[in-house]
Design a binder for this molecule. Structure first.
Ligand code: SF4
Length: 356
């Protein structure tokens, strides 16, 4: 991985658009959002509140996480209910008729039904470990690969974990607490949830966080193809979004990823992510998709989030069902690599990472 024209200095206070908050947490100057949510008290009878009122309480408390300066102010007494508990309760209510992502399956995941992600209420980890092959500021990173996804990208390299939701071990609070403690002693800078798609596993992740005792920042490696409600629940949990902006138009998103209304959803969620946490945007350049996907993606990023860290990935490898598509069954040509780099350079984005 090489660094483009930019550097990775923290931004001025108050700007979360790139890495400032995350680096402050790693540097011990701030506490992770999820940790603070664990200590912000909600009324003990919160679970009896009607959903609209519970959202109101949740939203007000979440907002306060962003207005209080350093976040070193636990307010909750041991055993009392917290903002994190209210997130668990709201997610549980959503799971009864699931609308966590725009596929809006409305299945009852608490009663054993599955939606298009293939998941019920539990989450399973099909791979985990301390990795050093990601963005330089997040490694060593403790990655947990969760099964299931709401998209079906033809070239998916994690397809086995996407399709076989029974793989691996069940994510529990005690398991997460013990592995994070061990990985932290071995130098992990963060807890990194990836998939599949972590957001479709939100309930099990939130419940597990309640048992966690090591305040490492949370990295959320996501397709951001999720609803407003899911984004609100992630606010106050995630410290750094590592978000894919995969497709530059809805036709390619449908043809390759199997979802509709992709571009507007992801653009809206990228903006939200930039306001509530630190953000890295990844774009994996696909062979034959420079004009239709890379150009609109990077143009939008440069115009809308010019301070963001943009990761241009030129390491596409065909996998899974990519062989059914003539363009996707190739690797990138040398001229496509050069063209992609020149296009990104011409946008003037300051913080660019390149993976060859
Ligand atoms: S998270 Fe899964 S069950 Fe829920 S709406 Fe999305 S695909 Fe459907």
């Amino acid at each position: 991985m090489s660094e483009g024209s930019g550097s990775f200095r923290p931004e001025r206070r108050g700007e979360k658009v790139s890495l400032g908050h995350y680096l402050a947490v790693v540097g011990g100057k701030q506490l992770p959002f999820w940790w603070r949510s664990k200590f912000l008290a909600v009324p003990d009878d919160f679970s009896l509140l009607p959903t609209e009122q519970l959202w109101q309480t949740h939203d007000e408390l979440t907002k306060s996480l962003h207005t209080k300066r350093s976040g070193n102010e636990p307010t909750q007494q041991a055993g009392k209910s917290s903002l994190l508990d209210s997130k668990v309760e709201l997610t549980r209510r959503i799971y009864r008729s699931c609308t966590l992502c725009p596929l809006m399956c409305r299945t009852d995941r608490l009663n054993g039904e599955t939606g298009r992600c293939g998941l019920k209420a539990d989450a399973r980890v099909f791979r985990e470990g301390l990795l050093v092959s990601e963005e330089p500021f997040i490694v060593p990173t403790y990655e947990l690969f969760l099964t299931g996804c709401n998209m079906r990208c033809k070239f998916c390299q994690a397809w086995e974990g996407v399709v076989r939701t029974d793989l691996g071990f069940k994510l529990t609070g005690s398991k997460l607490a013990s592995t994070v403690e061990r990985k932290s002693k071995r130098g992990a800078l963060n807890i990194h949830f990836v998939g599949g798609e972590p957001t479709v596993n939100l309930l099990a992740v939130l419940v597990s966080l309640k048992s966690l005792k090591v305040p490492l920042p949370i990295v959320w490696n996501t397709n951001l193809f999720v609803t407003d409600e899911a984004m609100k629940l992630l606010d106050g949990v995630v410290d750094l979004f590592v978000a894919d902006f995969k497709f530059g138009n809805d036709e390619c998103a449908w043809e390759i990823g199997g979802v509709e209304s992709y571009v507007a959803t992801v653009q809206s969620n990228l903006l939200k992510a930039s306001r509530i946490a630190s953000l890295v945007i990844r774009h994996l350049v696909m062979p034959g998709h420079i004009e239709c996907c890379l150009v609109p993606v990077v143009s939008w990023v440069a115009q809308t989030l010019p301070k963001v860290t943009f990761h241009l990935m030129l390491n596409y490898v065909p996998d899974w069902r990519a062989w059914s598509d003539k363009a996707l069954s190739q690797r990138l040509s040398e001229s496509e690599r050069q063209m992609a780099k020149a296009i990104v350079k011409s946008t003037g984005l300051k913080r660019v990472l390149i993976s060859e």
